[in-house]
Design a protein around this ligand. Structure first.
Ligand SMILES: [Zn+2]
Length: 226
């Protein structure tokens, strides 16, 4: 009788605890793709993300939007989040207010004209910024999004190791930096998704990740992870 009661207690504890363990183990990361759109890779990347039911955040370059507006529009149409990555890919740090307007606001206007959405996020090329960049973003309602995992997939020599590098480092709340440059880059992104899903990860946009962590994105502030 005593033994049976013990088992009952253990079973009740297990059933009571399991849902909590489940909730605690829910892990999320945000994939971010820089330097697009790209006529060679964006459509391929979007197809793979669609197949996997994943939404990501794309930081677009203005000069790339100019030459490939259709793909920029397609990114938005498929429900991905879009942020600003500068007009010419010049570093934002030290360039002064006037050039910041050309690098940041002109791209924001292009994205808005194309998609009807005003971007709320900016990513400085190379992650380089200073107080003036932060103040400029604060004045123009933009949060600065950096990253916590960087496999340097822009480098052809490191590209084939992108997925292994990311999977070995990823933790709940990470912002992962990838590039929309070639179909080989996209294939590595798909491998990351497939392998991290098996490990229990979910994928969302940067804004969704911040929200799910209860963090408000403040203009002019920079974020590396949540
Ligand atoms: Zn870039």
């Amino acid at each position: 009788m005593e033994k049976r009661r013990k088992w009952m207690v253990i079973l009740l504890l297990l059933f009571g605890l399991l849902p909590h363990i489940d909730a605690a183990e829910k892990k999320r990361v945000a994939l971010t793709f820089d330097d697009g759109p790209c006529a060679k890779s964006t459509a391929y990347l979007l197809q793979g993300l669609r197949d996997r039911g994943v939404h990501a955040t794309f930081f677009l370059s203005g000069y790339r939007i100019d030459s490939d507006p259709e793909d920029a529009l397609q990114i938005a149409s498929e429900g991905h989040e879009i942020g600003i990555h500068g007009q010419t890919h010049a570093y934002f740090r030290g360039i002064g207010r006037e050039r910041l307007e050309g690098e940041i606001l002109s791209v924001g206007n292009k994205i808005e004209a194309l998609t009807g959405e005003t971007p709320k996020l900016a990513r400085p090329p190379g992650g380089l910024m200073d107080d003036q960049v932060k103040q400029f973003c604060k004045d123009n309602d933009l949060a600065l999004i950096l990253w916590s995992v960087d496999p340097e997939d822009w480098d052809p020599k490191k590209r084939a190791q992108t997925a292994s590098s990311v999977v070995s480092k990823a933790k709940d709340g990470d912002i992962i930096l990838l590039h929309d440059l070639t179909t080989a880059n996209a294939d590595q992104a798909f491998a990351i998704i497939d392998r991290l899903k098996v490990a229990g990860y979910e994928f969302c946009t940067v804004s969704e990740l911040a929200e799910s962590c209860g963090k408000e994105l403040c203009c002019g502030e920079s974020y590396f992870r949540f």
